[in-house]
Design a binder for this molecule. Structure first.
Ligand SMILES: [Zn+2]
Length: 392
């Protein structure tokens, strides 16, 4: 890419990309609305209590087994109701030529996702009600501490246990890229523990990269769809961005933010449960798990209200990681071209509306990221080493 290319304005979004993103967004909203409606219907009709009685009968009155069955029933109902939307989402990716996933493989992934979700939910919920029964007075404080421990544990285990259920990973073999990464790490005064090739192409045509894990499982993962189609300079720019997340400690910071939010969340859950018992007389005891839909409803509403705030926090982190990348690579041209390639490949909206970016986007719009790179490039011309990439 020549320096002249950098001056070219951000291309406008194609009607195709606008359409894809619009449908994708509405699909998310419909899915959210359906979940919300289900919870409200369960609570308003009293089916939440009927399902509890059914679970007790099927579990021969054993509390833990009944609770686990209750979780399973809620998940099955929600899956059956939402399956149409899920299938529409699968078709949507194909319609816009973004998917390599066959129907059979998709169904297998759906089944795997459901099982993983059930196991995780059953563990969390059984633990929660165990704590409620053991410490009825200060359960929310204990539950918060245990939940936080689980979040840290999951952050650590996800790259080695959870992600491999759905994708194959292997250590990056490319020596040139590895050497570049070591250099980036040295400049940052840190050591990256691992870079892995993420076999995304068997499922998707989209490209992606991420920093994942915590402590000894911390690693950068790069999709093969990126490794195969981007120049070494572009991949270096992506690596530098991911390294920026590490240097700025974004994963521990996100966990700290989650800790603060869930503290308020669990306190609020306690308040809601007591209010529903003492004022509304909906339940007789705290440990009556027919109140689970009410807890989920509270968590859903809270996370919806906090979404713009959390997305703003995430966009702030992304900008910081971008700035880090600008500082660590010789010139910003490969960063800009990688952004444009990503936008094309993923059919991302370069210029979403202000509202859409503010409410929905965890990353700044591509146009803003490119603008920031250009601004950086204007104040700091490419270092001499970048001259090698310029045409003579
Ligand atoms: Zn990022």
């Amino acid at each position: 890419m020549s320096s002249a290319d950098i001056a070219v304005a951000t291309p406008a979004d194609s009607p195709e990309s606008r359409k894809y993103n619009r449908i994708h967004r509405w699909l998310g909203i419909a899915d959210f609305g359906l979940g919300l409606a289900l919870l409200i219907v369960l609570l308003a009709t009293g089916w939440n209590a009927q399902l509890r009685d059914l679970a007790y009968r099927a579990a021969f009155q054993n509390y833990v087994l009944a609770l686990t069955l209750y979780v399973l029933m809620l998940l099955v109902i929600s899956k059956v109701l939402g399956f149409g939307l899920d299938y529409y989402g699968f078709r949507l990716e194909h319609r816009f030529h973004l998917s390599n996933l066959k129907l059979g493989a998709w169904l297998k992934d759906e089944a795997k996702g459901f099982l993983v979700g059930f196991v995780l939910a059953a563990v969390v919920v059984d633990l929660l009600y165990f704590i409620i029964r053991q410490f009825p007075l200060h359960w929310w404080l204990f539950a918060w501490a245990v939940f936080l421990g689980l979040v840290v544990l999951m952050a650590q285990l996800a790259p080695v246990i959870l992600f491999p259920i759905f994708y194959k990973f292997e250590p990056l073999q490319n020596e040139e890229l590895k050497a570049r990464l070591v250099k980036l790490g040295e400049r940052a005064g840190t050591r990256v523990r691992g870079v892995y090739k993420w076999n995304l192409s068997e499922k998707s045509k989209k490209a992606n990269a991420a920093l994942t894990g915590l402590g000894s499982t911390r690693r950068i993962i790069l999709a093969d769809t990126l490794l195969d189609n981007y120049s070494p300079d572009e991949i270096e720019a992506v690596l530098a961005h991911e390294l920026g997340h590490h240097v700025h400690r974004h994963i521990p910071k996100s966990i700290a933010v989650q800790a603060a939010i869930t503290f308020v969340g669990f306190w609020g859950a306690n308040w809601i449960l007591h209010y529903s018992m003492e004022r509304l007389h909906l339940f007789e005891t705290l440990s009556d798990f027919a109140n689970l839909p009410l807890l989920i409803l509270g968590a859903t509403v809270l996370s919806f209200l906090l979404m713009p705030l959390l997305n703003a926090f995430s966009r702030y982190n992304e900008r910081q990681a971008d700035q880090y990348a600008f500082r660590s690579i010789p010139g910003v041209a490969p960063f800009i071209s990688s952004m444009n390639k990503l936008a094309d490949q993923n059919l991302a909206e370069r210029v979403p509306s202000r509202f859409v970016e503010w409410f929905f986007h965890s990353h700044p719009a591509i146009s803003h990221r490119v603008e920031a790179a250009r601004a950086w490039g204007r104040t700091r011309p490419a270092a001499p080493t970048a001259a090698a990439t310029e045409p003579r």
